[in-house]
Design a protein around this ligand. Structure first.
Ligand SMILES: *[C@@H]1O[C@H](CO)[C@@H](O)[C@H](O)[C@H]1NC(C)=O
Ligand SMILES: *[C@@H]1O[C@H](CO)[C@@H](O)[C@H](O)[C@H]1NC(C)=O
Ligand SMILES: *[C@@H]1O[C@H](CO)[C@@H](O)[C@H](O)[C@H]1NC(C)=O
Ligand SMILES: *[C@@H]1O[C@H](CO)[C@@H](O)[C@H](O)[C@H]1NC(C)=O
Length: 450
């Protein structure tokens, strides 16, 4: 919440009605009312209450209201603006786990790809670094610049036979057997039903380091089977070994807590002048990056064309789940809880507290000054979480379908050497600008998706 107050916002957050760590889902057992609080109701109630408090304290209603959240926080923001389009004028939505019924089923399925540990297909976590290095070797250059950052993961089909233990030149404790290669390939692929229908997106090349949570230990991640136990079947003894596609179907049918943010026609939010900035790290190994592209695509379809006049999607090369990078990619643009990675007293982007570098300020300008967000410059430092060590790299992140294109001559670590280039023309709505007096931002910074 603290960064919002530094900008002069009145800020509110909520625990959504329960108190637990993020892998302990037992609070939900047999309690659909608490699940609904988590699914959407606590957030909505907090927004309504916060607006009342601001109105009473300042004796004047807030002129504008904003949302900033990532992961489950991203889902919560989408869920709120879908059902209550008047809640926010602008919403900053990060890496949303926007359909928990599919996402939490998928997590258990991914765990099962890699289990049991005695099975020849099982891959140990320490191999993920080896797989990541191979993906980087194969994919980095495809975007035109060798910089350790995979910026066009969609163009790369990783061929892991390069790590095959059958190769004579391979280092024996850094190789994959044929069944292990199949396991890793499954994580790149989309999740499909037994009859081949698309269900949920898999992971991008470059996200491998962060797969350590979803590939599980001697059991799948509790984010998955905890959901099945405490949200779907109300059975603390439910065994992850019993997961199959029928479990996913039961989950979708029950929709525990009404948490799915799966509405694609956003006409009501758009109609009242609302703006959305969606961002997602391309190296996210928790919530798959392609899930955000999928949501954006479906909105494009539902609204009869690219929604760029009120909704823009920024994929962020090299960024992991909501923040940070394993490949020194620029990742900090003052989105939800990014400042807290830098320490307790940090807010906005240290040294660059302006709308070119701070995406929340860019969103405010879009809402209040009618200046659409054409790019945001991301930053990283020599020690990634310590700005006193000096800037290492800056680079613009661009709204889909644009991407940052290198000018071929400047320093690749400087933002001025890159340009957002668009393939198609984007249309823009001229909306009237408003006055700034008292504003409110809701920041919900739940780290994961439970
Ligand atoms: C989360 O809470 C559960 C139940 O109290 C506990 O077993 C588990 O160790 C906790 N996990 C972490 C990471 O603190
Ligand atoms: C899943 O397992 C249950 C219980 O064994 C079974 O009844 C069901 O047919 C299975 N579903 C699929 C899709 O395999
Ligand atoms: C950066 O992260 C490291 C490791 O978590 C930690 O020890 C250090 O205190 C952090 N630095 C800042 C400025 O927060
Ligand atoms: C940040 O604040 C928390 C809570 O007061 C404290 O436990 C933690 O040590 C602080 N971290 C740093 C890096 O100062």
């Amino acid at each position: 919440m603290a960064p919002g107050t530094h900008h002069g916002f009145a800020t509110v957050s909520t625990d959504t009605g329960h108190n637990s760590n993020s892998t302990d889902l037992a609070w939900a057992l047999g309690n659909e009312e608490m699940r609904i609080d988590w699914g959407w109701r606590a957030l909505h109630g907090s927004v309504v209450l916060a607006k009342k408090l601001v109105g009473a304290y300042y004796e004047k209603e807030a002129d504008h209201s904003y949302y900033s959240g990532c992961s489950t926080g991203g889902r919560q923001g989408l869920r709120e603006l879908q059902q209550f389009p008047d809640s926010f004028d602008g919403a900053l939505i990060g890496a949303p786990a926007w359909d928990p019924t599919l996402m939490n089923s998928y997590v258990t399925q991914v765990g099962l790809y890699n289990l049991p540990v005695e099975d020849p297909r099982h891959v140990e976590k320490d191999m993920l670094e080896v797989v990541a290095a191979e993906a980087l070797r194969q994919c980095d250059g495809l975007d035109g610049v060798q910089d350790n950052i995979i910026s066009a993961p969609g163009d790369c089909k990783v061929d892991l036979t390069a790590l095959s233990c059958d190769r004579p030149d391979i280092v024996k404790d850094k190789c994959l057997t044929e069944p292990q290669i199949e396991t890793m390939n499954k994580l790149y692929e989309d999740y499909r039903s037994p009859t081949g229908e698309f269900v949920w997106t898999g992971y991008e090349p470059g996200s491998e380091i962060q797969w350590s949570t979803v590939i599980g230990s001697d059991k799948p991640s509790a984010f998955g089977y905890g959901f099945q136990r405490y949200f779907v079947y109300d059975d603390p003894e439910w065994q992850w070994q019993d997961y199959n596609f029928s479990v996913l179907e039961d989950t979708v049918k029950k929709d525990p807590g009404q948490s799915r943010a799966a509405k694609y026609d956003l006409s009501d939010f758009k109609g009242r002048g609302g703006k959305i900035l969606l961002y997602h790290g391309m190296a996210d190994g928790l919530v798959p990056t392609r899930a955000s592209a999928l949501y954006y695509d479906r909105v494009t379809d539902a609204m009869g064309g690219p929604p760029t006049d009120f909704f823009r999607y920024f994929p962020v090369p090299g960024m992991q789940h909501c923040a940070s990078s394993a490949v020194s990619a620029p990742w900090h643009f003052a989105a939800a809880f990014q400042a807290s990675v830098m320490g307790n007293d940090t807010w906005s982007v240290p040294g660059f507290k302006d709308a070119h570098h701070d995406i929340l300020l860019a969103l405010v300008d879009w809402v209040e000054k009618d200046t659409p967000v054409d790019s945001v410059i991301a930053t990283t430092w020599n020690t990634a979480n310590d700005s006193s060590t000096g800037v290492l790299r800056q680079r613009p992140v661009c709204p889909f379908p644009q991407q940052a294109v290198y000018d071929g001559k400047g320093n690749v670590d400087e933002a001025a050497s890159w340009q957002c280039r668009e393939e198609g023309a984007s249309s823009r709505l001229g909306l009237p600008s408003g006055l700034v007096v008292g504003v409110i931002v809701v920041i919900t910074s739940l780290m994961l998706w439970a």
